[in-house]
Ligand binder design. Sequence first.
Ligand code: FCB
Length: 461
Amino acid sequence: MPLSPTMTPSPATDNPFPPHFVWGVATSAFQIEGAATADGKGPSNWDSFCRVPGAIADGSHGDIACDHYHRWPADLDLVAGLGVDAYRFSVSWPRVQPQGSGAWNEAGLDFYERLVDGLLQRGVQPYLTLHHWDLPQALQDRGGWAHRDTVHHFVEYARGIARRLGDRLASLTTHNEPWVMATLGYETGLFAPGLKDRRAATQAAHHLLLSHGLALQALRADGCRSPLGVVLNLSPVQPASDAQADIDQARLDDGRLLRWYMDPLFGRGYPTDILAHLGADAPQVQADDLRHIGQPLDFLGVNYYTRSVASASGPWDAAQSGLPLTDMGWEIYPQGLTELLLRLHRDYPVPPLFVTENGGAFPDTLSAGRVHDTARSAYIAAHIAAVGEALRHGVPMAGYMVWSLLDNFEWASGYAKRFGIVHVDYATQQRTLKDSALWYRDFLASQCALRAAQAATPPGV
Ligand code: FCB
């Protein structure tokens, strides 16, 4: 697929995106809010992890980040100005429940109440994620996601948020990317809490899934009207060669990344080949856990950035493929998104699917008030086209969201990697729309015009 930022679907009859397709932008609390100790917020595992020498590439932290906690009205104006339908954001659990259980922090709840109402006033649908990696440190101190009690604390947290905001949300997600939290947080130690313990990682993954399923049941029992789902980071896993060892490695990597989460979510239990591979590191699963996990989903969110290549001889070096790379060193591989979506549709009875994150880090330069990030526009255009291709093949795609609205704290990479379609000058907190934001805005305007044309076209014409 050629990488061109000029893609504009037309005429209306060729446009694969249905009128109700949801276009959005995404952020997460820890990456943009700052205000780390303001108004009663408690510390999170990421606040602590940032203090570990060497943990964050540029030695930075989230204390100020984009100062979104104080600048949210102007940021929401930016969101609305793009013409998106939806804004995906997350709640900082330690901001609303500083100890992760027990007392609630009214000031924190008020912040999200204002945010949700501010979105609705601007005509933007709120897409809320309960947990985008920032766990209250008080729970981390007791073992975090490796400890079963965290499951029950999460369910209470979910119920508290839904009680307060559930009547105004267009979408409610339990977790963002359980694979990342469990694997990078508890197995490789690259992310908070920085553990290197495969046994703890598989237990954490199980508890994340269990807490998701129990939360869905509790919210439905409470009468929550918002659509409920979960967001996974997924990629097609391709063998590096035709060698049987690479094919076997691809099957294993796919099992740990995709089937480990998709199978139990769709009521199939954990994949037996992966349980056998884990051996004594497999999680402890209690009676009924798998039944709780396999709750009906109103939607499934998919975060896609690149493909995964499996090699039995060690980690795949993306530079050797000859494909263009982003500033993260990730291959630009939009056809992998179509491949992934077709596979999900083929192998699982999927509900409406959203691409809840997609975007690229590129080495931007701000000059004379402009950022000419053509590569980012091309990246986004190519991936939107890949979603269109999935729609043409009958995949029930319901929305697409760019990661990210703003340049922000990119976890272990700190502030060095910029994913925003809006540039942030961290010294002044000045926001500047990059060319990619202008491109996305124009693309959405063209979609809006096509919607109007589709609505005006009599059926069958
Ligand atoms: C995803 C995360 C998101 C952001 C992007 C680049 O894994 O969900 O917060 O960091 O990667």
